[in-house]
Design a protein around this ligand. Structure first.
Ligand code: ADP
Length: 222
């Protein structure tokens, strides 16, 4: 958990096809408290995603700083910022099962030597070898799946899921990593009205119980 701060943050996209440069963010100063759920609402094109992508490390600012937990992360890659992003498009790996998608960030994090990698591979691919690391990952995946009612779906592929289920898997993948900050970019917009309401409530409940600082951008005033 951590607070987030933008200091005089500016973002200008370079000119394209003869058009002038676009200055999207002009000196944003904003402090988001530890554990706060901040929703940024605004019309399409006003710069919400740009701000989120700057926080995630998917874009670099033209000027200014981004801080997470008091640490300047402006020039760090996404993997070193301790943030997890949930996109409108779910961004699941189509060839991986629900369980593998949720575990993805856990298996990838940290540097492993070849012996550890071999042990992990054996543990994943045989019925009788269970490295402590794989056991911890399996436990974490089950815990998150229970939280999101995904238990019975762990062996399915994304194409075998409904839109709402896919978005819950995307949320699960973010939650499993236990990041300091959740970033959500219109995570409900591909869902129908009823599911959108249910999932919205679920996100609020989850955020309250986990207490993780969350920045949520949407054009949806509801
Ligand atoms: P929002 O999320 O509020 O809809 P965006 O942050 O996606 O807005 O975009 C803000 C503005 O920046 C828009 O005018 C958009 O066209 C422009 N923009 C976004 N990404 C790029 C890019 N990679 N290159 C040039 N312009 C961009």
């Amino acid at each position: 958990m951590a607070e987030v701060e933008f200091q005089n943050l500016r973002k200008q996209y370079p000119p394209r096809r003869g058009a002038a440069a676009v200055e999207v963010l002009r000196g944003i100063d904003l402090q988001i408290k530890d554990g706060e759920f901040l929703v940024l609402v605004g019309p399409s094109g006003c710069g919400k995603s740009t701000l989120l992508r700057l926080l995630a490390g998917l874009e670099t600012p033209s000027a200014g700083e981004v801080l997470v937990g008091g640490r300047t992360v402006t020039n760090l890659p996404p993997s070193r910022r301790d943030v997890a992003m949930v996109f409108q498009s779910y961004a699941l790996y189509p060839h991986l099962s629900v369980a593998q998608n949720i575990a993805f960030g856990l298996r990838r994090s940290g540097h492993r030597g070849w012996q550890q990698q071999l042990r992990d591979w054996l543990a994943r691919n045989t019925a009788f070898v269970h490295s402590p690391r794989e056991q911890a990952i399996t436990k974490q995946v089950q815990h998150v799946a229970e939280m999101l009612n995904l238990g019975p779906l762990l062996d399915r592929l994304p194409k075998e899921l409904s839109g709402g289920q896919k978005q819950r898997v995307a949320l699960g993948r973010a939650i499993a990593r236990e990041p300091a900050v959740f970033l959500m970019d219109e995570p409900l917009s591909n869902l129908d009205a009823k599911l959108r309401g249910d999932t919205r409530r679920q996100i609020v409940d989850l955020q309250r119980s986990l207490g993780v600082t969350t920045v949520y951008v949407t054009h949806d005033q509801v």
